[in-house]
Design a protein around this ligand. Structure first.
Ligand code: DP6
Length: 339
C-alpha cells in the first residue's frame, strides 16, 4: 500500500491596522466594514493534513488528540465539515496542528489556524503539493481566502504576506480579500507585550454581535472609509507619523465600542492602560516612533520600523521582562509543501 502523502501548510498570524469588528451577515461572514492587516512572519500556525481511512476526521492539536467538543476542536471540525460539504468530499482527513507561539500566551490563533487548516485540507483532498497545483484545481489565493474567511473572518487575510485588505463591497458575494503591498514594501516590526495568558472571556464572534449595540458603532462606520484611505496612503508612502496615530485611534475605538456595548466587554485592564501611557511617553522622551494596536484582548502589539529595533527592545524587555514579549515582523505569507 502506498504511504499517504502528508501536506504541510504554514499560515502567519496577522495584526489588523483597521479592525474587522462587527458583521453585516454572520452566516455569510460578511463584515460590517473594510479591514486591513499586516501579516506576520514567525507567529503563525503549522498544519499537516493527510487522507485517512476512518469514519471521522482525526485532529491533533500540539500532539494531543482533540475531539469534536473540545474547545480548540470545535472550529476545526466545523470548518472541515463545511469544506467537505462544499466540495462533496467524503474522505476523512488526519490533521495535526500547532502554533509557533506558546499555547495560552494570549495570542489569538484563529486567523493563522483556520488559514493553515484550509490550505492543508484542500491540498490533501485534491493532491496538490503547492499553491500552483491548487490553482490547477481552480483554488486561487482569493478562493482559498474566501473559504478561510468562512472559518474565521480574519483568517482570509492570512493568505498573503505584506499588507492585506478585506473589502466589504456592496454585497456578501462581492466582498474581496487581496494584497495591497507585499512584504518588501515596508520593513515594519511587531513586538507583542503579553499581559494575559488566558483565553478571552468574550470571544471575537460574540464581540462582533455586541458591537452593534454600542452607540459608538454607527459613527465609527461612518468614518471608516475615510480612515482606510488615510491608512493606505500612509502605508504607500511609508509614513510612520501618519500610520501610527491611525492604528492607535482605531484600536482604542474598537475597545470603546466594546466598553459601551449593551453588555459591556472590557478586554484589557489597568496594567495594559498603564503600558499604553508608557508607550506614548517613551515615544516622546526617547524619540522613538513606536505605536500600539490591540486586538480583542489585553496584549499590546507595538508597531515600528526595523531601524528602531535595537533602541526599543532593551527598553521593552526591561519594562516587561524578556519572557513577556514576542518579537516579529512583516512576513512573506503562507507556504505549502509535502513532508
Ligand atoms: C479584533 O476573525 O476572530 O482580531 O470571524 O468570528 O472568527 P470570527 O472573528 P475573528 O475577529 C477578529 C477581530 C479582531 C480584528 C481583526 O483581526 O480585524
Amino acid at each position: 500500500m502506498n504511504t499517504p502523502i502528508i501536506y504541510e501548510a504554514y499560515a502567519p498570524s496577522n495584526i489588523a491596522f483597521l479592525k474587522y469588528w462587527g458583521k453585516a451577515d454572520e452566516d455569510l461572514q460578511w463584515p460590517a466594514n473594510d479591514s486591513l492587516s499586516m501579516s506576520l512572519s514567525q507567529l503563525g500556525t503549522k498544519t499537516t493534513a493527510q487522507r485517512i481511512s476512518a469514519s471521522d476526521h482525526e485532529v491533533e492539536f500540539n500532539d494531543q488528540s482533540i475531539s469534536r467538543d473540545h474547545d480548540h476542536g470545535k472550529k476545526i471540525y466545523k470548518h472541515l465539515d463545511f469544506l467537505g460539504a462544499r466540495f462533496k468530499l467524503t474522505t476523512k482527513l488526519g490533521i495535526k496542528t500547532s502554533n509557533s507561539f506558546p499555547t495560552g500566551c494570549g495570542i489569538a490563533s484563529s486567523a493563522s489556524g483556520l488559514a493553515a487548516l484550509t490550505i492543508a485540507s484542500l491540498a490533501a483532498w485534491f493532491d496538490a503539493p503547492s499553491f500552483h497545483a491548487l490553482e490547477e484545481h481552480k483554488f486561487f489565493k482569493k478562493d482559498i481566502a474566501d473559504l478561510s474567511r468562512m472559518g474565521s473572518g480574519s483568517a482570509g487575510r492570512s493568505l498573503w504576506g505584506g499588507f492585506v485588505l478585506w473589502e466589504k463591497s456592496t454585497s456578501a458575494l462581492l466582498q474581496k480579500i487581496s494584497q495591497s503591498f507585499n512584504h518588501t514594501h515596508w520593513d515594519l516590526c511587531d513586538s507583542v507585550a503579553l499581559f494575559s495568558k488566558e483565553a478571552k472571556k468574550v470571544s471575537s464572534t460574540e464581540g462582533h454581535r455586541l458591537a452593534w449595540t454600542s452607540p459608538l458603532f454607527p459613527p465609527r462606520q461612518a468614518i471608516i472609509h475615510e480612515r482606510l484611505q488615510s491608512l493606505i496612503d500612509a502605508i504607500k508612502h511609508r509614513e510612520m507619523n501618519k500610520l501610527g496615530p491611525i492604528i492607535e485611534q482605531e484600536a482604542l475605538e474598537m475597545h470603546a465600542v466594546m466598553m459601551s456595548a449593551e453588555t459591556p466587554v472590557y478586554y484589557f485592564g489597568h496594567e495594559t492602560s498603564q503600558f499604553l501611557a508608557w508607550i506614548r511617553q517613551i515615544r516622546n522622551t526617547n524619540h522613538l516612533p513606536v505605536y500600539f494596536t490591540l486586538d480583542a484582548g489585553s496584549n499590546v502589539h507595538l508597531i515600528y520600523e526595523k531601524k528602531y529595533k535595537t533602541k526599543l527592545i532593551p527598553l521593552l524587555e526591561e519594562r516587561m521582562g524578556k519572557d513577556s514579549v514576542l518579537h516579529d515582523e512583516v512576513g512573506i505569507g503562507p507556504t505549502l509543501k509535502t513532508v
